[in-house]
Design a protein around this ligand. Structure first.
Ligand SMILES: [Zn+2]
Length: 493
């Protein structure tokens, strides 16, 4: 076996299948794109195809999640740079054209190949606070545990390590894109980028002092710098995250939206999470949280609303009209006893509903999106007393293409289609829990686990290969999390 420099990705540690290990045949089909820089013409073996394609994944069952829901029992996916340039059945012609001319080849035989999962709502750095206090009311959790713990412990270093740990967990579970709201979001963005992940990341804006910025003006100033810094980045979509209507005044909400719109940035916000939020809004604003936000001019096709539990029929019409994306967080809604989001009615109204874990602290406590698929389906079934309520296929859509629509990123991600980002995952089917398989969507929703994800590719870059993380120093992040626990516990005594 022989490696050429150009075979190595930036991570530098990939075991790459080289062309010599494949049955080779003289090739005529593959034509080199003119702009391609790295293609090297082999000097000794004249019959060997010139390696053209950056990454070829071959032989797996490809679940595209495209509009016709195409599934190829044996498919080929080709990535050039960070884009998918071909998704097709693994025919002899396709093998000759792509497999024999691959710079990097991944054999997906016996595995599922899917678009990467999208976790639509997290506070990623809170990994370091998971399990600190559970089984209490949201108010008690916030006032007695989380706010004091955050006030004493959350600084840039905390956010960095917490996000790094979260990135490891997210990648392991097949998540390639996540939407996050926290503090020191610039550090979140740096860690996300370093992990090779895609993120819609919003600096949280509140009417009380946050760990990083103490006033509204400071928060907006920080956020503007943050938006400017990440403009045009291929992985990071810098966002503005006014926390909610119960933590932000009318002025703060409007200022946040204006700032986001000045930079074409997404707006991330909690909406209609609890009955208390609804009741308080009716009392204070004379209307529901959704209609109040609409009256302020906040809602639009750039808004991602987490939860949308307490939304009535008029709210749903408004959300659909304004093309707001909703994120359903079944674990969080159950754990905090917030209520059951009317997911069926929201989807029927034409709202794109994604899936999120929320948390991870206090409201989940992990970042396992496959578990949310399972719970989302079952929560609707039990609430409607109808096993047909929300199907396996529907929740897989919510974790992929519909999640992408909710994030308004469906032109870029969410399905395996030519022209979209090469964000995809390989899921193993050899575990006892993975066999036999009759229906791929049912297997994904109810049977397979996050731990069955083996390989993760984001923007054409392999970030996990055969369960080995390549972009995050996982042992260091785990050791650091244990250190933080000792520090955080001591700070609360
Ligand atoms: Zn949240």
């Amino acid at each position: 076996m022989k490696f050429q420099n150009s075979f190595w990705r930036s991570s530098g540690v990939l075991a790459v299948l080289v062309l010599e290990s494949l049955p080779l045949q003289p090739l005529v089909a593959a034509q080199s794109p003119a702009k391609h820089k790295h293609a090297q013409r082999p000097t000794k073996q004249k019959s060997v195809a010139e390696p053209i394609w950056d990454l070829v994944i071959t032989g797996g069952m490809v679940v595209t999640m495209d509009r016709p829901h195409r599934i190829f029992d044996k498919g080929i996916i080709v990535a050039q740079g960070d884009l998918i340039v071909a998704v097709e059945p693994s025919t002899r012609a396709a093998i000759e054209q792509y497999v024999h001319a691959a710079k990097q080849l991944i054999d997906a035989k016996g595995k599922l190949v899917l678009p990467g999962f999208i976790n639509g709502h997290t506070h990623a750095a809170m990994t370091l606070l998971r399990g600190l206090k559970d089984d209490v009311t949201l108010e008690e959790w916030l006032t007695k545990s989380i706010f004091p713990a955050e006030a004493k412990n959350v600084n840039e270093e905390f956010v960095r390590w917490g996000t790094r740990l979260a990135a490891a967990e997210l990648i392991r579970g097949g998540v390639t894109t996540f939407a996050d709201m926290y503090y020191f979001e610039d550090a979140v963005a740096e860690e996300t980028k370093a992990a090779g992940m895609r993120g819609a990341l919003g600096e949280t804006i509140l009417d009380f002092p946050a760990p990083d910025n103490k006033t509204n003006d400071a928060m907006l100033e920080y956020t503007e710098k943050f938006l400017k810094r990440w403009q045009g980045d291929s992985l990071i979509h810098a966002a503005v995250a006014p926390h909610s209507i119960y933590t932000d005044s009318e002025k703060t909400l409007k200022d946040s939206a204006a700032l986001a719109r000045k930079y074409n940035a997404p707006i991330l916000i909690h909406v209609g999470e609890t009955k208390k939020e609804l009741n308080d809004s009716r009392e204070k604003n004379g209307t529901t949280p959704v209609q109040y936000l609409d009256k302020l001019g906040i809602l639009g096709p750039d808004v991602l609303a987490a939860h949308c539990v307490w939304v009535d029929q008029t709210d749903r019409k408004v959300l659909a009209q304004r093309q707001v994306g909703c994120v359903h967080n079944p674990s969080s809604n159950m754990m905090l006893a917030s209520g059951v989001a009317p997911v069926l009615e929201e989807r029927a109204a034409g709202i794109a509903v994604g899936l999120g874990t929320d948390g991870p602290a206090g409201s989940n406590n992990d970042l396992n999106l496959m578990e949310e698929m399972d719970l989302a389906a079952k929560l609707q079934k039990i609430t409607k007393m109808d096993p047909r309520a929300l199907s396996a296929q529907a929740v897989v859509e919510m974790a992929t293409i519909e999640g992408a629509r909710a994030l308004h990123m469906d032109k870029e991600i969410g399905s395996l289609e030519t022209g979209k980002k090469a964000d995809l995952i390989l899921i193993g089917l050899d575990a006892p829990n993975a066999v036999p398989m009759y229906d791929v969507y049912a297997q994904l929703a109810y049977t397979l686990k996050g731990s069955d994800v083996e390989t993760v590719i984001i923007g054409g870059r392999v970030v996990m290969r055969d369960k080995k993380l390549l972009t995050v120093d996982e042992p260091a992040a785990i050791a650091k999390a244990r250190e933080f626990r000792i520090k955080i516990e001591a700070s609360l005594k």
